[in-house]
Write a protein that binds this ligand. Structure first.
Ligand SMILES: [Zn+2]
Length: 255
Protein backbone atom coordinates (compact mmCIF):
# COMPACT_ATOMS: atom_id res chain seq x y z
CA UNK A 1 0.00 0.00 0.00
CA UNK A 2 1.53 3.31 -1.11
CA UNK A 3 0.68 6.62 0.52
CA UNK A 4 -1.83 8.78 -1.25
CA UNK A 5 0.79 11.45 -2.01
CA UNK A 6 2.80 8.92 -4.01
CA UNK A 7 -0.24 7.90 -6.06
CA UNK A 8 -1.20 11.53 -6.68
CA UNK A 9 2.35 12.45 -7.67
CA UNK A 10 2.61 9.50 -10.04
CA UNK A 11 -0.70 10.34 -11.71
CA UNK A 12 0.37 13.96 -12.00
CA UNK A 13 3.68 13.04 -13.62
CA UNK A 14 1.81 10.77 -16.06
CA UNK A 15 -0.45 13.62 -17.10
CA UNK A 16 2.67 15.69 -17.76
CA UNK A 17 3.59 13.11 -20.40
CA UNK A 18 6.26 11.05 -18.64
CA UNK A 19 6.33 7.37 -19.53
CA UNK A 20 5.55 4.78 -16.83
CA UNK A 21 9.22 3.81 -16.37
CA UNK A 22 10.24 7.42 -15.68
CA UNK A 23 7.33 7.93 -13.30
CA UNK A 24 8.21 4.69 -11.50
CA UNK A 25 11.82 5.79 -11.07
CA UNK A 26 10.89 9.25 -9.82
CA UNK A 27 8.34 7.90 -7.34
CA UNK A 28 10.44 4.92 -6.35
CA UNK A 29 7.69 2.41 -7.11
CA UNK A 30 7.31 -0.44 -9.61
CA UNK A 31 6.31 0.17 -13.22
CA UNK A 32 3.39 -2.19 -12.62
CA UNK A 33 2.07 0.03 -9.85
CA UNK A 34 2.20 3.13 -12.06
CA UNK A 35 0.47 1.23 -14.86
CA UNK A 36 -2.25 0.06 -12.50
CA UNK A 37 -2.86 3.53 -11.09
CA UNK A 38 -2.92 5.10 -14.55
CA UNK A 39 -5.20 2.56 -16.20
CA UNK A 40 -6.94 0.89 -13.28
CA UNK A 41 -8.73 4.18 -12.54
CA UNK A 42 -10.32 2.79 -9.37
CA UNK A 43 -7.04 2.89 -7.53
CA UNK A 44 -7.63 6.33 -5.97
CA UNK A 45 -11.18 5.37 -5.00
CA UNK A 46 -9.84 2.24 -3.40
CA UNK A 47 -7.49 4.41 -1.46
CA UNK A 48 -10.38 6.58 -0.32
CA UNK A 49 -12.29 3.48 0.84
CA UNK A 50 -9.23 2.24 2.64
CA UNK A 51 -8.85 5.61 4.38
CA UNK A 52 -12.49 5.53 5.49
CA UNK A 53 -12.21 2.01 6.80
CA UNK A 54 -9.05 2.69 8.73
CA UNK A 55 -10.31 5.82 10.42
CA UNK A 56 -10.11 4.74 14.06
CA UNK A 57 -7.29 5.95 16.32
CA UNK A 58 -7.95 2.99 18.63
CA UNK A 59 -8.53 0.12 16.17
CA UNK A 60 -6.18 1.21 13.40
CA UNK A 61 -3.70 3.40 15.21
CA UNK A 62 -4.60 6.42 13.10
CA UNK A 63 -2.85 9.54 14.41
CA UNK A 64 -5.36 11.98 15.77
CA UNK A 65 -5.68 15.42 17.27
CA UNK A 66 -5.46 14.66 20.97
CA UNK A 67 -5.87 18.31 21.98
CA UNK A 68 -9.18 18.48 20.09
CA UNK A 69 -10.08 15.15 21.67
CA UNK A 70 -9.53 16.52 25.20
CA UNK A 71 -12.01 19.33 24.48
CA UNK A 72 -14.47 16.91 22.88
CA UNK A 73 -14.21 14.56 25.87
CA UNK A 74 -15.18 17.48 28.12
CA UNK A 75 -18.16 18.31 25.90
CA UNK A 76 -19.20 14.66 25.75
CA UNK A 77 -19.06 14.17 29.53
CA UNK A 78 -21.07 17.36 29.94
CA UNK A 79 -23.79 17.31 27.29
CA UNK A 80 -23.09 14.42 24.96
CA UNK A 81 -24.49 10.99 24.35
CA UNK A 82 -23.77 8.03 22.14
CA UNK A 83 -26.42 5.81 20.59
CA UNK A 84 -25.90 2.61 18.66
CA UNK A 85 -27.85 2.77 15.41
CA UNK A 86 -28.24 0.51 12.40
CA UNK A 87 -25.37 -1.62 11.08
CA UNK A 88 -23.16 -0.97 14.10
CA UNK A 89 -22.89 2.75 13.44
CA UNK A 90 -22.73 4.94 16.53
CA UNK A 91 -24.21 8.39 16.67
CA UNK A 92 -22.36 10.86 18.86
CA UNK A 93 -24.50 13.87 19.58
CA UNK A 94 -23.77 17.00 21.56
CA UNK A 95 -26.58 19.19 22.85
CA UNK A 96 -25.53 22.80 22.35
CA UNK A 97 -27.55 25.65 23.82
CA UNK A 98 -28.99 27.82 21.01
CA UNK A 99 -27.93 30.94 22.96
CA UNK A 100 -24.25 30.29 22.19
CA UNK A 101 -23.69 29.95 18.41
CA UNK A 102 -19.92 30.17 18.86
CA UNK A 103 -19.92 27.09 21.06
CA UNK A 104 -22.13 25.20 18.58
CA UNK A 105 -19.61 26.00 15.87
CA UNK A 106 -16.72 24.91 18.10
CA UNK A 107 -18.51 21.61 18.81
CA UNK A 108 -18.91 20.92 15.07
CA UNK A 109 -15.28 21.82 14.39
CA UNK A 110 -13.97 19.54 17.10
CA UNK A 111 -16.08 16.57 15.93
CA UNK A 112 -14.56 17.02 12.46
CA UNK A 113 -11.06 17.35 13.87
CA UNK A 114 -11.32 14.12 15.86
CA UNK A 115 -13.14 12.05 13.18
CA UNK A 116 -12.32 13.74 9.85
CA UNK A 117 -13.87 10.90 7.80
CA UNK A 118 -17.35 11.58 9.23
CA UNK A 119 -19.44 14.60 8.32
CA UNK A 120 -21.15 16.71 10.98
CA UNK A 121 -24.85 17.56 10.93
CA UNK A 122 -26.91 20.04 12.91
CA UNK A 123 -30.52 19.78 14.03
CA UNK A 124 -32.40 22.60 15.70
CA UNK A 125 -34.62 21.51 18.56
CA UNK A 126 -36.44 23.61 21.12
CA UNK A 127 -33.82 25.77 22.81
CA UNK A 128 -30.84 23.80 21.65
CA UNK A 129 -29.00 22.51 18.63
CA UNK A 130 -28.01 18.90 18.32
CA UNK A 131 -24.59 18.53 16.70
CA UNK A 132 -24.12 14.99 15.40
CA UNK A 133 -21.56 12.75 13.83
CA UNK A 134 -21.84 9.07 12.83
CA UNK A 135 -19.06 6.50 12.97
CA UNK A 136 -18.64 2.84 13.81
CA UNK A 137 -15.78 3.93 16.03
CA UNK A 138 -17.22 6.59 18.33
CA UNK A 139 -17.63 3.93 21.00
CA UNK A 140 -13.90 3.15 20.77
CA UNK A 141 -13.08 6.79 21.49
CA UNK A 142 -15.64 7.10 24.26
CA UNK A 143 -15.67 3.81 26.16
CA UNK A 144 -17.74 5.59 28.85
CA UNK A 145 -20.83 5.17 26.68
CA UNK A 146 -23.43 2.76 27.99
CA UNK A 147 -27.11 2.36 28.67
CA UNK A 148 -28.89 4.82 30.91
CA UNK A 149 -27.77 8.19 32.12
CA UNK A 150 -24.17 9.08 32.91
CA UNK A 151 -24.78 9.78 36.58
CA UNK A 152 -26.33 6.33 37.01
CA UNK A 153 -23.21 4.48 35.97
CA UNK A 154 -19.54 4.61 36.85
CA UNK A 155 -17.58 7.04 34.70
CA UNK A 156 -13.90 6.18 34.65
CA UNK A 157 -11.28 7.21 32.16
CA UNK A 158 -9.09 4.59 30.53
CA UNK A 159 -5.33 4.96 30.85
CA UNK A 160 -4.87 6.43 27.33
CA UNK A 161 -7.61 8.98 28.06
CA UNK A 162 -5.97 9.94 31.36
CA UNK A 163 -2.72 10.59 29.54
CA UNK A 164 -4.49 12.89 27.07
CA UNK A 165 -6.38 14.71 29.85
CA UNK A 166 -3.13 15.22 31.81
CA UNK A 167 -1.43 16.57 28.71
CA UNK A 168 -4.32 18.81 27.66
CA UNK A 169 -6.01 19.55 30.99
CA UNK A 170 -6.90 23.10 29.92
CA UNK A 171 -8.77 21.85 26.85
CA UNK A 172 -10.57 19.21 28.88
CA UNK A 173 -11.70 21.80 31.45
CA UNK A 174 -12.75 24.14 28.63
CA UNK A 175 -14.95 21.38 27.19
CA UNK A 176 -16.54 20.69 30.57
CA UNK A 177 -17.13 24.38 31.24
CA UNK A 178 -18.53 24.96 27.73
CA UNK A 179 -21.11 22.25 28.29
CA UNK A 180 -22.14 22.11 31.96
CA UNK A 181 -20.24 25.13 33.19
CA UNK A 182 -21.04 28.76 33.62
CA UNK A 183 -19.13 31.99 34.24
CA UNK A 184 -21.15 34.68 35.94
CA UNK A 185 -21.20 37.30 38.63
CA UNK A 186 -21.87 36.29 42.19
CA UNK A 187 -23.45 38.89 44.49
CA UNK A 188 -22.81 38.61 48.20
CA UNK A 189 -23.94 40.79 51.07
CA UNK A 190 -21.38 41.67 53.74
CA UNK A 191 -22.02 43.46 56.99
CA UNK A 192 -19.48 46.27 57.31
CA UNK A 193 -19.29 49.24 59.74
CA UNK A 194 -22.88 48.86 60.87
CA UNK A 195 -24.35 48.63 57.35
CA UNK A 196 -24.83 45.99 54.68
CA UNK A 197 -22.87 46.23 51.47
CA UNK A 198 -23.15 44.23 48.29
CA UNK A 199 -20.11 42.86 46.54
CA UNK A 200 -19.90 41.31 43.12
CA UNK A 201 -17.23 39.05 41.79
CA UNK A 202 -16.92 36.68 38.83
CA UNK A 203 -16.87 32.95 39.40
CA UNK A 204 -17.12 29.72 37.48
CA UNK A 205 -19.58 26.98 38.33
CA UNK A 206 -19.60 23.46 36.99
CA UNK A 207 -22.73 21.41 37.65
CA UNK A 208 -23.17 17.74 36.89
CA UNK A 209 -25.28 14.97 38.39
CA UNK A 210 -22.39 12.52 38.16
CA UNK A 211 -20.00 12.62 41.11
CA UNK A 212 -17.43 10.86 38.89
CA UNK A 213 -17.57 13.64 36.31
CA UNK A 214 -17.36 16.32 39.02
CA UNK A 215 -14.28 14.56 40.41
CA UNK A 216 -12.68 14.45 36.93
CA UNK A 217 -13.24 18.19 36.62
CA UNK A 218 -11.68 18.73 40.06
CA UNK A 219 -8.66 16.59 39.18
CA UNK A 220 -8.04 18.50 35.96
CA UNK A 221 -8.30 21.80 37.85
CA UNK A 222 -5.74 20.42 40.35
CA UNK A 223 -3.43 19.57 37.44
CA UNK A 224 -3.71 23.20 36.33
CA UNK A 225 -3.19 24.53 39.85
CA UNK A 226 -6.64 26.15 39.85
CA UNK A 227 -8.22 26.36 43.30
CA UNK A 228 -11.78 25.03 43.52
CA UNK A 229 -14.27 23.66 46.01
CA UNK A 230 -17.60 21.88 46.12
CA UNK A 231 -20.34 24.44 46.28
CA UNK A 232 -23.16 21.89 46.48
CA UNK A 233 -23.04 18.10 46.17
CA UNK A 234 -23.57 18.37 42.41
CA UNK A 235 -21.68 21.58 41.76
CA UNK A 236 -18.13 22.84 42.07
CA UNK A 237 -17.07 26.44 42.00
CA UNK A 238 -13.94 28.40 41.17
CA UNK A 239 -14.21 31.75 42.90
CA UNK A 240 -10.79 32.88 44.15
CA UNK A 241 -9.58 35.79 42.07
CA UNK A 242 -6.32 34.17 40.92
CA UNK A 243 -8.15 30.96 40.01
CA UNK A 244 -10.83 32.82 38.03
CA UNK A 245 -8.13 34.78 36.20
CA UNK A 246 -6.36 31.54 35.33
CA UNK A 247 -9.58 30.05 33.91
CA UNK A 248 -10.25 33.27 31.99
CA UNK A 249 -7.02 32.59 30.10
CA UNK A 250 -8.50 29.54 28.37
CA UNK A 251 -12.23 29.31 29.13
CA UNK A 252 -13.90 32.71 29.48
CA UNK A 253 -17.62 33.44 29.18
CA UNK A 254 -19.79 31.42 26.81
CA UNK A 255 -20.15 32.89 23.31
ZN1 LIG B 1 -12.41 1.62 16.56
Amino acid sequence: MHPRETVDRALHLSTLGLIDRQVAELCNVSIGAVQKWRTGSRRTNDFEDERRHRCCPRCHGRKFDSQAYAYLLGLYLGDGHILLGKKGVYQLSLACCATWPGLTEAAGAVLSAVMPTSSVSYRTLSGYIEVKSYSKHWACLFPQHGPGRKHERKIELEQWQREIVDLHAADFVRGLMHSDGYRGMNRVRRHFNGSDRWYEYPRYLFSNESTDILALCGEALDTLGVEWRYNKPNQLSVAKRAAVERLDEFVGPKY
